[in-house]
Design a protein around this ligand. Sequence first.
Ligand SMILES: Nc1ncnc2c1ncn2[C@@H]1O[C@H](COP(=O)(O)OP(=O)(O)OP(=O)(O)O)[C@@H](O)[C@H]1O
Ligand SMILES: [Mg+2]
Length: 241
Amino acid sequence: MTAPAGAPVLGLTGIDTFYGRAQILSGVSLEVRRGEVVALLGRNGAGKSTTIKSIIGLVRPAGGEISFEGNAIQGLEPFQISRLGLGYVPEDRRIFTGLTVAENLEVGRQPRRANAPEWNHEKLFALFPNLAAMTGRLGGLMSGGEQQMLTIARTLMGNPTTILLDEPSEGLAPVIVEQVAKTILDLKAQGLSILLSEQNLHLSTLVSDRAYIIEKGSIRYEGPMADLAENEEVRGAYLMV
Ligand SMILES: Nc1ncnc2c1ncn2[C@@H]1O[C@H](COP(=O)(O)OP(=O)(O)OP(=O)(O)O)[C@@H](O)[C@H]1O
Ligand SMILES: [Mg+2]
């Protein structure tokens, strides 16, 4: 590890992001410390994906600062940010439908990194046993849950230290959401730091150490996940419950 447990790995300070003239994010600040799972919660359209895309460089904030592992990353291209060890699992999954499971994994391959667990097909198939049974299947012939697992597995092939997971539970049956929760906890146990964008309070409660709530592009709440689980007033005001 390059920094002691609990040191900040990802930090956003005062991020403003626009689509055209519409301001979507206003002064978003948040932090993920090493080994933490941090939930970014909010309703549809609150700004969760925009926050994640601002971090990974898919949209360019007009103001504010983003640091990852001590590097200022705002203004870098997504591939440059990814090579620093920040993995991204997009909301829309973006499986290559014409490639097999094994080929999709190869797309994510990056050199190993000193401060991150190293992944290969065998290790990933141990984490995702259902994928092991379908290595030759085309991505387009997989279920939504299988595609979600493959997207996470493909991101892990980049040997990241930290991953951004954008609404991994979206469209998945409750039993598959439980599998996603188990996967997140397995990754945390291996030392990964995780920022989890979610509307699913159940999943977030199962896996997260801390939570932020975003509404209309601003952070409205920050605290331990356990406190939020008890706080009906905040949940009722900002989340679907
Ligand atoms: N490419 C875009 N151009 C213009 N406006 C956009 C674009 N993408 C998102 N928006 C708007 O920005 C706001 C925040 O969207 P965002 O996708 O960040 O929300 P979200 O919290 O991820 O929602 P969801 O839970 O539905 O995924 C919304 O009002 C949305 O309509
Ligand atoms: Mg979204």
